[in-house]
Design a protein around this ligand. Structure first.
Ligand SMILES: C[S@@+](CC[C@H](N)C(=O)[O-])C[C@H]1O[C@@H](n2cnc3c(N)ncnc32)[C@H](O)[C@@H]1O
Length: 381
């Protein structure tokens, strides 16, 4: 058992069960033993799971082009900030900045890259990765809200969530307890935001139906919205609209644990060495965005998003014979329905940009998808 697991076990013996969100926050983000505080690779072949960023630089280069398009539509301001949250090792930032240096030095001259990172050890790793761009990258979130773009790839699935079970006709919150090992303990839900979401879900569920509710996702979207005065926000993740998320057939919920490219559903295995995630309730995220003053501009699968965003870039590269086999391989992996193309969705938000043309990335988006996302009238706060 890891030192972190021992510490959590002692705490549970002394103080009693804790909500799963607290257990998850410690397992992922404890400064001394949390999954994301360690230095070994988390993503890519050597890590525990693949992300679009770990496929190669193409994902970041397309997003860089998307941000550059936003800069142009916004009138090429002399200072344009890209804020990234969930930056992990800093690779996406590097891909964006390298593209700007190679392809659009005029954009690079305006660009400041700001990383929102709660973990000190991760911030140090990001600074190492981004050493060559030190003058343009900062981790200081203070200051006025920015003009620019906010990027978050696989951030929302990593925000600690609450677990609930429909048990003997009522919703119960699953806490983590200790009985010669970590175990689940049902308790009456007390948290206000959780209770409101459960009241909205209603009681038409089969006995034992287990799922996740993540009020902290709504809070995170509000934090993101406040970071921009004008611009676009992009949340890429796996998830569903609420009606699909809480469909009867998802009776075991979406909690998944990743270690060494093996996925399982036991968050008590190898605590601190395993990534814990859940799919994102995009309806809750979108509703929170609307309440925070954003327009929901699109909700689109990654295949359509990247195809729209990259169309112009690809035309230029093909004309110059630069869309080589590595580029094509990565693009296919990112967009193919059997790989990452359908599993991931982009939630695209706008703030103060309603008078501007829509981003290229939404060129193939289904307009009805936003209405489906916002069909529920549940307030996110
Ligand atoms: C699954 S990883 C993201 C993967 C990465 N974006 C990629 O594409 O390879 C989740 C990241 O979110 C970060 N994170 C968690 N909570 C956060 C928060 N409130 N603000 C910013 N980053 C956060 C973690 O430190 C971790 O780096």
């Amino acid at each position: 058992m890891s030192a972190l697991a021992e510490r959590l076990a002692r705490q549970l013996c002394e103080s009693g069960p804790m909500p799963f969100s607290s257990f998850m926050a410690a397992a992922l983000y404890d400064a001394d033993g949390g999954y994301y505080s360690a230095t070994r690779p988390r993503t890519g072949r050597e890590g525990d799971f693949f992300t679009s960023v770990s496929v190669g630089p193409v994902f970041g280069r397309i997003l860089a082009g998307e941000c550059c398009g936003a800069w142009e539509r916004m009138g090429r301001p002399t200072r344009f900030t890209v804020i990234e949250a969930g930056a992990n090792d800093g690779q996406l930032a590097l891909d964006v900045l390298q593209w700007a240096r190679e392809e659009r030095p005029d954009f690079l001259a305006a660009l400041r890259y700001q990383i929102d990172e709660p973990l000190e050890s991760a911030a140090r790793r990001q600074q190492e990765t981004l050493g060559e761009f030190a003058g343009q990258v900062s981790h200081d979130a203070l200051g006025a809200a920015a003009h620019g773009c906010y990027l978050a790839n696989e951030l929302l699935d990593a925000i600690p969530f609450r677990r609930v079970r429909f048990s003997r006709g009522v919703w119960q919150e699953l806490h983590v307890g200790w009985a010669e090992g970590f175990c689940w303990v049902e308790k009456e839900p007390k948290d206000g935001a959780l209770r409101r979401r459960l009241a909205w879900l209603g009681e038409d569920f089969p006995e034992g139906y287990t799922t996740e509710v993540a009020p902290a996702v709504a809070s995170q979207v509000r934090i993101a919205a406040d970071r921009l005065e004008q611009g676009y926000l992009y949340f890429a993740d796996y998830g569903y609209a609420a009606a699909d998320y809480y469909a009867p057939h998802r009776a075991r919920g979406t909690l998944r644990c990743y270690r060494g490219h093996r996925a399982h559903e036991d968050p008590f295995e190898a605590v601190g060495e395993t990534d814990l995630t859940a799919h994102v309730d995009f309806s809750l995220a979108a509703r929170a965005a609307v309440e925070a003053g954003c327009a929901v501009m699109g909700w689109v699968d990654q295949a359509r998003f990247l195809t729209g965003a990259a169309a112009e870039m690809l035309r230029g590269m093909e004309g110059q014979g630069r869309a080589g086999s590595a580029w094509q391989r990565q693009f296919q992996m990112l967009t193919h329905p059997a790989h990452l193309g359908q599993k991931f969705h982009f939630l695209v938000l706008g703030k103060g940009v309603s008078a501007l043309p829509a981003p290229a990335s939404l060129g193939f988006a289904r307009p009805a998808a936003v209405a489906e996302l916002l069909a529920e009238r549940f307030p996110a706060s």
